[in-house]
Ligand binder design. Structure first.
Ligand SMILES: Nc1ncnc2c1ncn2[C@@H]1O[C@H](COP(=O)(O)OP(=O)(O)OP(=O)(O)O)[C@@H](O)[C@H]1O
Length: 251
């Protein structure tokens, strides 16, 4: 059993947009090797929190600490990727005209031009990493297929593989199952479980059935603040959660 270790901690962060507090004085913790979901009604501040963690949005107060000693709030987004936090946005940003394999090579090496990257020699270890990703995402048979010809779900998985090739300790996912079929959702859930065996995964999600099935821990946000945090069972039994979701199904 792995000891619980704090991977990320926000300390009293506030985010303001023209005086409006999208996040207000938020304390929040993410522990290692867990599938951690972030839920809450529209406008709760979930996306803003992910934006802060990956350096896309600045805080007006507070700090966000990664692995106990790295304050993220002053770091540029590329530096945050470099220290081990990668995010997969909702819209895939893959190269449609390149093959699955070429897309994965690009994810490995980003310091060269596109053509130089694709044609450059990769090491045995990099080759092994790519193969591992192809198996994890079930894309091994589509390896030489053009990415643009993949199904919606497969494109999402390819991007997950690309994010993982950056070798993050913390993976941020924005509504990863949006637009997926039931089978694709299940595959994605199993994939996330697998990923969380040696990384931490933080997911913004609206689909409560998915959260219920795959969450180790759930944080509920409301109006820029943390409402509560716990297992899905604890969250479902919390009257405050029922109240903020008024009429929306939590169970
Ligand atoms: N760039 C911005 N400028 C002004 N207001 C913003 C900006 N980004 C977010 N907001 C506001 O901040 C609040 C929190 O938004 P955020 O997108 O983080 O919520 P959310 O919980 O992700 O909602 P949803 O589930 O609908 O995506 C909302 O009231 C939103 O309108």
């Amino acid at each position: 059993m792995i000891n619980s270790q704090t991977v990320l901690e926000s300390k009293k962060i506030t985010v303001e947009f023209s005086g409006f507090k999208a996040i207000s004085n938020l304390d929040f913790k993410v522990t290692n090797n867990k599938v951690h979901f972030l839920i809450g009604p529209n406008g709760a501040g979930k996306t803003t929190l992910l934006d802060v963690i990956c350096g896309k949005t600045q805080v007006s107060q507070g700090k966000v600490v990664y692995m106990e000693d790295q304050n993220l709030v002053k770091l540029k987004d590329f530096k945050i990727v470099h220290i081990g936090i990668s995010r997969k946005f909702q819209t895939p940003s893959i190269f449609q005209n390149l093959t699955v394999y070429e897309n994965l090579i690009i994810a490995l090496k980003q310091d060269k031009g596109l053509w130089a990257t694709i044609t450059a020699k990769i090491t045995k270890n990099q080759q092994k990493d790519i193969e591992e990703m192809l198996h994890l995402t079930g894309l091994i048979d589509e390896k030489d297929q053009q990415a643009g010809a993949l199904s919606h779900g497969q494109k999402q998985w390819l991007e997950i593989a690309m994010v993982l090739l950056q070798d993050p300790g913390l993976v941020l996912l924005d509504e990863p199952i949006a637009g997926m079929s039931k089978v694709e959702r299940m595959k994605t859930g199993e994939m996330i479980r697998e990923i969380a065996k040696d990384r931490t995964v933080l997911i913004v999600e609206h689909d409560m059935d998915f959260v219920k099935e795959y969450a180790d821990i759930v944080t509920v946000m409301h109006e820029g603040q943390l409402l509560c945090q716990g297992s899905m069972e604890e969250i479902q039994n919390d009257p405050r959660v029922r109240e903020v979701y008024l009429g929306r199904k939590v169970d």
